[in-house]
Design a binder for this molecule. Structure first.
Ligand code: AMP
Length: 395
């Protein structure tokens, strides 16, 4: 189903409810990284330009008790947003009630209001996180239309995304729309050849993604810690490398299912301890009993680079090694370089650690799309329906 986008809505004179993702990292009441606020600006600015009244909702962290409230207020977000927009942002320290309703009623076209953390509604019965029907209906009653721009929560049915969307005409914001186009597009109708590269620590976190992409992609390249569970499934000695014993059978099934499509590393960078300071060796095949694999080796980088040639769609999720240690970052850097050099491909990083790795290693602007969602991107890549997306009105 093709979803409405904010540009499909008539926003002039309208009270426009916008679900943003302002779930930013905070320390001692200070925002330590405002990327998410910056990322929400295009949609907010568009609504302002169109003459709408912007009423923003977001969650911040988890709120279980009254004591959590002081640390989890959105007040600092309103201040930062105001600086970034260069205009006043009215903050209402409530999630419902007369003050909120009166402030909304007095809003003029182009003005911006931020409602308090939606998860304050979780203290008494998890109303936000359990998508309480009355709460979704109440929030929807505060506006005329709804724009959902919070991809990070799209895999959850909460009152502030699904609840509001079930009661109002709705559309995807620009960020959400990009995620639907790129991740949804890659999974549903990829340009071929479609190559997926999957890494990260564990097979267990990525089972759904591996299974779905083995169906959809033309090749699935495996790296990172999960390699060794596959090696174990093939009877290859893995030394002290990370392994999930209880997933070896599953790895065997995936190897069978994948056949030639599933490509494993052919060499491994090893060391004796989980440390950046030990002696490093490279092994093809068997890993010595006293060593662990912490990165793919140079021949694998070459192999993966070759396998990526000619790809039209590339999805990458999960680092190829322990990239946080400089001696084991080459595999991840090599894959970043190989993807960055593909000029004809749509290249997508499916969130989480690989997005962090690409940014840290300086490749952020060389991908077509870096997903903003962790859990949401994984579930999208698993081929699951995301309630936050499916609840948006169809075109
Ligand atoms: P994930 O969140 O599943 O994408 O996993 C990311 C983490 O996997 C990173 O912190 C990496 O350090 C870690 N990782 C990657 N390769 C290995 C490996 N060979 N052994 C242990 N951890 C790894």
């Amino acid at each position: 189903m093709v979803k409405k986008v904010v540009t499909d809505l008539d926003l002039k004179d309208k009270k426009v409810l916008v679900r943003a993702d302002f779930n930013v990292p905070m320390k001692d009441g200070e925002i330590t990284n405002d990327n998410r606020i910056q990322a929400a600006l295009p949609t907010i600015q568009y609504v302002i330009e169109q003459g709408g009244k912007v009423i923003l909702f977001s969650h911040l962290g988890k709120v279980k008790t009254e004591d959590d409230k002081a640390d989890k207020t959105l007040r600092p977000i309103a201040e930062r947003l105001s600086e970034l927009l260069g205009k006043e942002v009215t903050f209402v320290p409530e999630t419902r009630g007369k003050e909120l309703e009166d402030t909304i009623a007095s809003l003029k076209n182009g003005e911006v209001l931020l409602v308090e953390n939606t998860r304050f509604e979780d203290i008494d019965g998890k109303k936000e996180s359990k998508n309480d029907a009355e709460l979704g209906k109440y929030w929807a009653s505060l506006g005329d239309v709804f724009v959902n721009d919070a991809f990070g929560t799209a895999h959850r049915a909460h009152a502030s995304n699904v609840g509001i969307a079930s009661n109002l005409e709705s559309a995807a914001g620009f960020l959400m729309d990009k995620e639907i186009k790129f991740i949804g597009g890659a999974v549903d109708e990829p340009q071929r050849p479609f190559v997926a590269i999957l890494g990260g620590a564990k097979v267990s976190d990525k089972i759904g993604v591996i299974e779905n992409l083995l169906d959809k992609a033309d090749k699935v390249l495996i790296g990172g810690g999960m390699t060794y569970t596959f090696y174990a499934a093939k009877g290859i000695e893995i030394g002290t490398s990370l392994v999930e014993e209880d997933k070896i059978e599953l790895a065997k099934t995936l190897l069978e299912k994948g056949g030639d499509k599933l490509i494993l590393p052919i060499d491994t960078k090893t060391t004796h301890e989980f440390s950046n300071d030990g002696v490093i060796e490279v092994h093809e095949g068997v890993i010595p009993s006293d060593q662990m694999g912490l990165d793919i080796g140079p021949k694998t980088i070459e192999l993966f680079t070759k396998e990526l040639q000619g790809a039209k769609t590339v999805v990458w999720n999960g680092p190829m090694g322990v990239f946080e240690m400089t001696n084991f970052a080459n595999g991840t850097i090599g894959v970043c370089e190989a993807i960055a050099n593909l000029t004809e491909a749509t290249t997508i990083i499916g969130g989480g650690d690989s997005a962090a790795a690409a940014m840290e290693l300086g490749f952020a602007d060389q991908f077509t799309h870096i997903s903003t969602g962790g859990g949401a991107s994984l579930e999208y890549l698993e081929g699951k329906e995301l309630p936050g997306v499916s609840s948006i009105s169809n075109k």
